[in-house]
Design a protein around this ligand. Structure first.
Ligand code: DP6
Length: 318
């Protein structure tokens, strides 16, 4: 039996849209931060047949089945019992599929001695859920086209620029339209889809530069732009995708007012109503106190930059 843990990641330059064909390859490069403070713990062991239990509830998980089938074309994998637990809401825009697939691939690699490099784990995790490719890595991670593959990589270690994260939870229930369904709807119906893909390449380069230079202002600017552009794309899909609620909008306003008053903080939002505030080192406490009082916020969760997926009992990967 092997147990692995992984943290969700928050995209600062977003992935939304897939290339056609196999392999779950994104249409856009993306950059994220891996966030400690939220954790998925996954245990795997050989069994008589495959099973998946998430937070104690056992059910069919087509994406997991597809990934196991694909891995069995390469590895000699027996049937497996998978038990996975999140200490945060599942499927509510907090990237549980990212930490879930990163932890799963890492646990399978550990239990069955598959001998994967980080790049190989990232590649398999991507096939489960593309954002999971980034949760294999800690700190600042990218998912971008390499020579002939889409590959994840660590752009910078967590300690090199220890940004802080405050998540304003505005709803605990799972979303109605999953990311996979939503992005396919945007690809096939939004008149803005091609402009989104083209412009995201430039955003990605700008954000990588900002991270390399620890330029918080430039990172804030490009990250909020990528987020709002993503939600404009979602709104322009047919039927339109609206993941926000009233509290989401109020929290955006709270973050903007804080920044105007001099606090180095910016917001980002994924396919859900939670608002994630990213702050320069040392500002998490003040931002959390104000966001907790923002209308409609149920609770705030504070996080630091975290490590990549790893087996429990082993040190984080270098
Ligand atoms: C808005 O990685 O969940 O969080 O590959 O279909 O599983 P699939 O999608 P997923 O999409 C994440 C979308 C996002 C942006 C991001 O994380 O880059």
């Amino acid at each position: 039996m092997a147990t692995a843990i992984a943290h969700p990641n928050i995209a600062l330059v977003k992935y939304w849209g897939k290339q056609t064909g196999p392999g779950n390859r994104p249409a856009t490069p993306s950059l994220s931060i891996t966030v400690a403070g939220l954790t998925t713990t996954t245990r795997v062991e050989a069994a008589e047949r495959d099973s998946v239990c998430i937070n104690g509830e056992c059910r069919r998980e087509p994406k997991v089945e597809t990934l196991l089938d694909a891995m069995r074309d390469t590895f000699d994998l027996p049937p497996v019992a998978i038990d996975t637990r999140n200490d945060f809401p599942t499927g509510a825009g907090l990237a549980s599929s990212a930490s879930g697939f990163a932890a799963l691939v890492t646990a399978l690699d550990g239990e069955f001695g598959l001998g994967m490099s980080s790049a190989a784990r990232s590649d398999w995790a991507r096939q489960g859920s593309a954002s999971a490719a980034r949760s294999i890595y800690g700190g600042f991670a990218t998912l971008a086209p390499g020579d002939d593959v889409w590959t994840g990589a660590e752009l910078q270690a967590k300690d090199s620029w220890p940004l802080e994260v405050v998540i304003a939870v505005t709803e605990e229930s799972p979303k109605d339209v999953s990311s996979s369904q939503g992005m396919e709807r945007s690809r096939t119906t939004s008149p803005f889809y091609h402009a989104w893909c083209r412009s995201t390449e430039t955003d990605f380069e700008t954000a990588c530069r900002a991270v390399a230079q620890h330029d918080f202002e430039s990172l804030s600017d490009v990250a909020e732009h990528s987020c709002l552009k993503l939600h404009a794309l979602m709104l322009s899909s047919r039927p339109g995708l609206l993941y926000w609620n009233e509290a989401t909008v109020a929290a955006i306003d709270t973050v903007r007012r804080l920044r105007t008053a001099g606090t180095p903080v910016f917001f980002t939002i994924d396919a859900g109503p939670q608002v994630k505030a990213v702050c320069a080192p040392g500002h998490g406490g003040g931002v959390a106190a104000l966001l907790a009082r923002s209308p409609g916020v149920l609770r705030v969760v504070r996080g630091q930059l975290g490590d990549g997926a790893r087996l429990v009992g082993e040190p984080p990967p270098p």
